[in-house]
Design a protein around this ligand. Structure first.
Ligand code: ATP
Length: 439
């Protein structure tokens, strides 16, 4: 359904988020902890669905990608070899008057944006969180919270290769938490210090990397569109030469038009053999691949599609928001894709009535075995539809007095508000079919 621009009003979304339980400020009863967030009962379902959709698309539905779940805590030498100890930093400046700190590359003026004071010269600030392993707190026990999931994949390259006997090209995918001590977090869950990533390292024969980069850029762009983000709100941006990371030969960012401007959802980089080369050198392990066709050994090149779970969730959620005229009133609706919506189907008895309840509960018990289902019998049916629209529930099943005798219920579609009468016996198949394939 075409929807009008511009997009979600952030104030309305924040109020909806808190009121309905999508995302809460973390540690709220203690005054909150800067830029950390907790996903509420609806938010956690939405985020799980985003991860599930990604995993299905890049692991389950492909023959050439396998999954991994590596530890957050890793050997500190990994971060030296990867270049993070040396290079994973942002330029930090401090105001000499109010002592606030900023990322100098994000400032538009040479003065403090808060008080107009003089700023110090920029110095490099490493973004990795560090802590100590075990009971002794000295530098020999210092370890890092991973700032990306990617390195867990590189250091398992040989394990995966040996255990799966995969041939190039093949990839390894992983979803997990990452931590960065960002100097200026902000814009809700867009930039936080604790977040989740979904990353793929796709290993290819050198020389085929440029072709694979293009394939992955297209596949990942299409994924966002296939799950409902309007194409007009997405763009691809290729990194300029001076913007490229030290390990990258070429990079594209998929950006979303957030209410505050364009922002990165995912970067797809050609990292060549940089990572495997560094880890081979630092660990002394042979990380080469034996190519049976050419009878040669070489280090594979890698294409890395690296996305953020929280940013993708935020973009799907914001993009789905709409306010539509509905008679004299306005209907607030999240047009979330049916695979992403936190609740898939709501069972709504026409009224709270002892005759209706047993049939309605039986329908609820039937559906909840297969689909994420909510039961709601409080207040008028109109208000209950609105409540479900507001959280993006794609289907509502209404049980009325005729249902008791004719064993049929009414299925209402969130977007078209079209209603169909369906036999209870056909309901599970019919709804599962809709969820998989749409109307
Ligand atoms: P940015 O330029 O916005 O700081 P980045 O280029 O450093 O991002 P990458 O290192 O490429 O980000 O990380 C891959 C993905 O992880 C990003 O595309 C983003 O979706 C997510 N991500 C990175 N940093 C954060 C953060 N602080 N909060 C939430 N998500 C993040």
């Amino acid at each position: 359904m075409p929807r009008s621009l511009p997009y979600a009003d952030m104030d309305k979304m924040l109020s909806l988020s808190k009121r309905r339980g999508f995302i809460f400020q973390s540690s709220e009863i203690y005054g909150g902890l800067g830029s950390t967030y907790d996903y509420g009962p609806l938010g956690v379902e939405l985020k799980r669905n985003v991860k599930e959709a990604w995993w299905r698309s890049v692991v389950r539905q492909r023959d050439d990608v396998v999954g991994l779940d590596s530890a957050i805590l890793m050997h500190p030498k990994i971060w030296e070899a990867s270049g993070h100890v040396e290079n994973f930093s942002d330029p930090l400046v401090e105001c000499r008057s109010c002592n606030r700190r900023f990322r100098s590359d994000q400032l538009e003026t040479e003065k403090c944006p808060d008080c107009g004071g003089e700023l110090t010269e920029p110095r490099r600030f490493n973004l990795m969180f560090h802590t100590f392993m075990g009971p002794v707190e000295d530098s020999s026990h210092e370890i890092f919270l991973r700032p990306e999931t990617a390195q867990g994949i590189f250091v398992n390259f040989k394990n995966v290769l040996d255990s799966t006997r995969k041939k190039l090209p093949f990839g390894v995918a992983q979803i997990g938490k990452a931590f960065r001590n960002e100097i200026t977090p902000g814009n809700f869950t867009f930039r936080t210090r604790e977040f989740e990533q979904m990353e793929i390292e796709f290993f290819v024969k050198p020389g085929t990397d440029e072709e694979w980069l293009q394939k992955w850029v297209q596949a990942r762009f299409d994924w966002y569109v296939s799950l409902g983000i309007r194409r007009d709100n997405l763009r691809l941006r290729r990194h300029e030469g001076d913007e490229l990371a030290h390990y990258a030969k070429d990079t594209y960012d998929i950006e979303y038009r957030f209410p505050w401007g364009w922002g990165e959802l995912e970067g797809i980089a050609d990292r060549t053999d940089f990572d495997l080369g560094r880890h081979a050198e630092a660990s002394g392990e042979d990380l080469t691949y034996f190519d049976e066709e050419t009878k040669q050994r070489y280090l594979p090149y890698v294409i890395e599609p690296s996305g953020g779970v929280d940013r993708a969730t935020l973009a799907f959620w914001l993009d789905s928001f709409d306010e539509e005229p509905d008679g004299d009133a306005t209907r607030t609706v999240l047009h979330l894709h049916r695979l992403l919506a936190p609740v898939t189907v709501a069972v709504l008895p026409l009224s709270r009535n002892e005759k209706l309840t047993p049939t309605a509960k039986a329908v609820y018990d039937l559906l909840r075995k297969h689909l994420n289902t909510q039961y709601d019998d409080a207040q008028s049916i109109g208000r209950r539809y609105r409540r479900q629209d507001e959280i993006g529930t794609p289907y509502c099943v209404t049980v009325d007095f005729d249902s008791i005798d004719d064993h049929q219920v009414t299925v209402r579609d969130r977007d078209s508000m079209h209603q169909d009468r369906v036999a209870i016996a056909d309901l599970v198949d019919m709804l599962q079919d809709k969820v998989e394939h749409g109307w």
